[in-house]
Design a protein. Structure first.
Length: 311
């Protein structure tokens, strides 16, 4: 069964001080799917989502959420859309449970707040004011507030930032349930593991435009030379240079430093590959202390697409 589009962005442009931070961006998010929007800091992803939420008007292009303009039709959309901002956007003097109950009363058919508070662990800090909550506690409250009205579209900005592993798992399960109930979930995150685990569709944004998109398996297979590739990480007893190793392995392999004492070899890793690498290091009198083998990940794809330089 096809999934209908809930969010449609076409040719979006947004400028600050004459500079286009979003430059002709196209994006579509379907109902009943989790769409992860990824990008380095300053890539334009947050501005794009803020335009979809009606927080910023576009300078050019069109944005439609459930067929409506989020700026002009904001009043009609508010009961249908849930928004979780990275900083929470919550009044700091209100107690956590009072905040959730207050927001729930604004909706005709809200989630049961007792059940929602229990599953997100809010009861432990129900009487604590927002200003006194830890970062992870504040994130859990912000998520509860965003979803309590059973929205048809949910925007989640770094939903598990600052959370411990137990809280993160609870949040991920709730996101899956929202998707399974037919909501369109638009997720921005810097956690590649989160995107890889949750997303049905991934959109990678850089320099204000979409540079790649697809399902996680599709993105992992975008580089023909790396289909089925694995990554062999070689840890050594002291500093090692990669000069000459790629030439020894051949053009179908990529070699890079993970640190001064570790190298990552990406390609089809076979016993012959391992033997070549260890023999090359032995010839340089470099002791191998550990070998780790793992598959190519979404983080590898992200770094290949956006580079490894700090922004």
């Amino acid at each position: 069964m096809p999934h209908s589009p809930a969010v449609e962005v076409r040719g979006l442009v947004k400028r600050y001080d004459g500079r286009a931070v979003v430059d002709g961006l196209d994006l579509s998010a379907a109902a009943g799917r989790v769409t992860a929007v990824l990008g380095p800091n300053g890539a334009g992803k947050t501005t794009t989502v803020e335009c979809c939420e009606g927080l910023r008007p576009p300078d050019a292009g069109t944005v439609r959420v459930l067929g409506l303009d989020p700026v002009a039709d904001g009043a009609a959309l508010r009961p249908l859309v849930g928004v979780m901002l990275q900083d929470g956007g919550l009044p700091t003097g209100v107690r956590a449970r009072e905040m959730l109950d207050h927001v729930a009363r604004m909706y005709a058919d809200p989630w049961d707040t007792d059940a929602l508070a229990e599953r997100l662990g809010l009861d432990g800090f129900a009487r604590t004011t927002v200003r006194r909550l830890s970062g992870g506690q504040r994130q859990r409250l912000a998520l509860a507030v965003a979803v309590v009205g059973r929205p048809r579209v949910v925007f989640l900005d770094e939903p598990s930032a600052g959370m411990d592993p137990q809280s993160r798992l609870a949040v991920w399960q709730l996101v899956r349930e929202l998707r399974d109930e037919g909501a369109a979930v638009i997720l921005t995150t810097h956690l590649m593991e989160e995107a890889e685990d949750l997303a049905d569709h991934v959109v990678v944004v850089d320099h204000g435009t979409v540079i790649a998109q697809g399902s996680v398996p599709e993105l992992l297979a975008t580089d023909v030379d790396r289909r089925g590739a694995a990554t062999l990480v070689v840890h050594t007893a002291h500093d090692v240079a990669a000069t000459g190793l790629r030439e020894r392995l051949g053009p179908s392999y990529a070699v890079e430093h993970r640190s001064a004492t570790s190298l990552a070899v990406t390609g089809e890793v076979t016993p012959s590959t391992v033997a070549t690498v260890t023999a090359w290091l032995a010839a340089q009198d470099v002791l191998v202390t550990r070998l780790d083998l793992g598959r190519r990940t979404l983080e590898d794809v992200f770094l290949d697409l956006t580079g490894r330089s700090l922004r």
